[in-house]
Design a protein around this ligand. Structure first.
Ligand code: PRP
Length: 228
């Protein structure tokens, strides 16, 4: 699919771009941004069990997948473009071109827990997280011995139920932390949605992908100027 694949509509060849989109918290704003560019995402909104969708004009093909799988599809070149959070890109660490900060889905990667217990001062720290790769890097150079416990969701349960001393997770509004009596102990970095491109696709489908990226960039900048 990364080989400049085209398909024919009304006699003229159209270079189709396959976009891998992250299900979940980024999906709605991703679709909204594409719509603002006049890209037809209506097939994605139909209630169905289908996994592959195509825009009405055939210019785009969409797959909607788990966030952590977006970099995998793009790295393998079966999707030319991906839209996914920086947190996921850091965790998956694939050799993709990160072309654009889309400016939505802003959150922070933080170490959280019961701050008053000073859990980071312990000699042995248990860290519950979805982001085992990032956690490994963050804690690698610290003096304490570290145990990383992989969870797939509801990570805040870790300290609450005594599975871990801290969590490393994304914090958006902070509501989940507050609701569970936890707080941010250390902020690692900020994150937002990013546009990534397969390295081969950028060359072989340049005439289709460049205008798409440029359109996205203009719209993102327009929104930034308007403070949206
Ligand atoms: C994320 C994250 C936190 C929460 C943070 O989980 O892991 O639990 O959102 O958001 P907040 O600061 O606005 O409360 P998500 O909702 O994606 O679901 P999950 O627990 O199944 O991973």
């Amino acid at each position: 699919a990364a080989g400049g694949a085209g398909h024919s509509r009304g006699g003229c060849a159209v270079t189709q771009i396959t976009i891998a989109m992250a299900k979940g918290r980024l999906a709605e704003q991703t679709m909204e941004l594409m719509e603002a560019l006049g890209i037809d995402v209506s097939p994605l909104k139909e209630k169905s069990r289908k996994l592959v969708f195509e825009s009405g004009d055939g210019r785009f093909r969409y797959i909607m997948v788990k966030p952590s799988d977006v970099p995998t599809y793009v790295d393998h070149g079966v999707a030319d473009v991906g839209i996914v959070g920086k947190d996921t890109l850091m965790e998956e660490n694939r050799p993709l071109y990160e072309m654009l900060d889309l400016g939505f889905g802003k959150c922070r990667i933080c170490v959280c827990g019961y701050a008053e217990q000073e859990p980071l001062k312990k000699a042995h720290i248990r860290v519950a997280t979805k982001y085992t790769g990032i956690a490994g890097q963050v804690f690698a150079t610290r003096g304490s011995s570290i145990e990383i416990i992989k969870l797939n969701g509801s990570v805040e349960l870790g300290p609450v139920i005594g599975l871990s001393d801290v969590i490393l997770d994304i914090v958006e509004s902070g509501a989940t932390l507050r609701a569970n009596g936890l707080s941010v102990i250390e902020e690692i970095c900020t994150c937002s949605a990013r546009l990534v491109v397969n390295r081969v696709s950028l060359k072989t489908k340049e005439t289709a992908i460049r205008p798409f990226i440029d359109g996205m960039r203009r719209e993102v900048e327009r929104r930034k100027e308007l403070g949206l």
